[in-house]
Design a protein around this ligand. Structure first.
Ligand SMILES: *Cc1c(COP(=O)(O)O)cnc(C)c1O
Length: 392
């Protein structure tokens, strides 16, 4: 029955496990360990734990399992493993897939810590990495080799909101037998089904839209059962990236309203992008569904909405960006995203400060670029706040 449910029904009901009390809301099983009825039962469970049989919370926990099952149902994945943060998910997915001597191709425009893993950590362990302009399919074609094990990308890049052709990259990767890993945070589970487009593994920072109210860190890796319950689980259960049952419960409750929140936030983002286009203080409004976005057609093929993020390239550079940030009253300065509260970031001096000037300009991160995560406030209040701050 569940397979026929629409995503919003799955987001409310999928994966629910009830105790003998028949609680309506999901229970928080705040326990590290699990009892065995007998020594024989303990022995059997260590040989092979069945469904709904748990050993230790680093391996699995009923509340965490509810979150994993619900996410897998929404994403259309066979299975999922939840982690303590988005970065634990990215690290786990990549570490489970490669070993010394392997080759990875990754899109250059990555979230800072994702770039650190592929550019600094993996090479230390003998994994060769080639970074490419992710929007250029010829670059992917030229970079993959017979020993390429993984192609890694963020479907919508941070903070310049470039769109990568997942079907195109998947076709190139699959020809050499490489696994496509997509970090789908910016596109959200609501607006994009990366696996239907060809991705093999999808990773989320649940810290973002899935929590959506700025409370908990969390992450999840989704993929085939063979991968998730094989190399991924083996790596994660021994290295201790387990999600707390309490945080899993927060994420479960977040999933119940995920689609409503994302749709409302995307509608406001669309409205703001449109209303701000042509403003004299802004060189460029960046939004994947905007008419002047270079990959608008691709974005509309891959996603049902343009997402909840907009970026603005302010004409006055850093000084203009700083006075704009400081003048905003509703949109607050922080570096999270996907939150109910609208948030603004100046990437050049914060999230992308560590990069060299050349790297930043290669990624299109100008001194005037600001990234706005559009929240759940009234869209006209947000527009008024932004217009007043732009007027100085
Ligand atoms: C935030 C984020 C991450 C890391 O997630 P954490 O939960 O902060 O560890 C990874 N990728 C993208 C695209 C992100 O936005």
């Amino acid at each position: 029955m569940m397979d026929n449910w629409k995503p919003s029904t799955k987001a409310v009901h999928a994966g629910t496990k009830r105790s003998q009390y028949g609680e309506l809301s999901e229970a928080i099983f705040m326990t590290q360990g699990f009892l065995y009825e007998s020594a024989e039962q303990a022995e059997a469970r260590f040989i092979e734990a069945g469904d709904d049989e748990f050993i230790y919370a680093r391996y699995g926990n009923p509340t965490v399992a509810m979150f994993e099952e619900r996410m897998a149902a929404i994403e259309g994945a066979e299975d999922a493993f939840a982690t303590a943060s988005g970065m634990a998910a990215v690290n786990g997915a990549l570490m489970a897939l490669v070993q010394a001597g392997d080759h990875i191709v990754a899109a250059r425009a990555l979230f800072g810590s994702c770039l650190f893993i592929v550019d600094e950590i993996l090479p230390k362990f003998g994994v060769e990495v080639t970074l490419v302009d992710g929007t250029d399919l010829d670059a992917w074609r030229g970079a993959v080799r017979p020993d390429t094990k993984v192609c890694f990308l963020e479907a919508i890049s941070n903070p310049t909101l470039e769109v990568i052709d997942i079907a195109g990259v998947s076709e190139i990767a699959h020809k050499v037998g490489a696994v496509v890993v997509v970090d789908n945070v910016f596109a959200t589970p609501v607006f994009q089904k990366s696996m239907e487009l060809g991705a093999d593994v999808v990773v989320y920072s649940a810290t973002k839209h899935i929590d959506g109210q700025g409370r908990c860190l969390g992450g999840i890796v989704l993929g085939s059962r063979e991968f998730v319950r094989g190399p991924l689980q083996t790596y994660l259960k021994h290295t201790g990236a387990a999600l707390s049952p309490f945080n899993a419960w927060v994420m479960l409750k977040g999933l119940e309203t995920l689609a409503l929140r994302c749709e409302a936030q995307a509608a406001s983002a669309t409205y703001l992008a449109d209303a701000l286009t042509g403003h004299k203080a802004i060189n460029r409004v960046i939004f994947p569904f905007a008419d002047d976005h270079p990959q608008q057609d691709l974005a509309r093929r891959q996603m049902t909405q343009g997402g909840t993020m907009i970026s603005l390239d302010l004409a006055g550079g850093k000084a203009a960006a700083f006075s704009f940030l400081n003048a905003l009253k509703i949109v607050r300065i922080s570096n999270n995203l996907g939150d109910a509260k609208s948030i603004i970031t100046h990437p050049a001096t914060t999230t992308h400060q560590r990069l060299s000037d050349a790297q930043r300009s290669g990624l299109g991160i100008t001194d005037g670029l600001v990234r706005i995560s559009v929240g759940l406030e009234d869209k006209d209040d947000l527009l008024d706040d932004i217009l007043a701050a732009l007027a100085g």
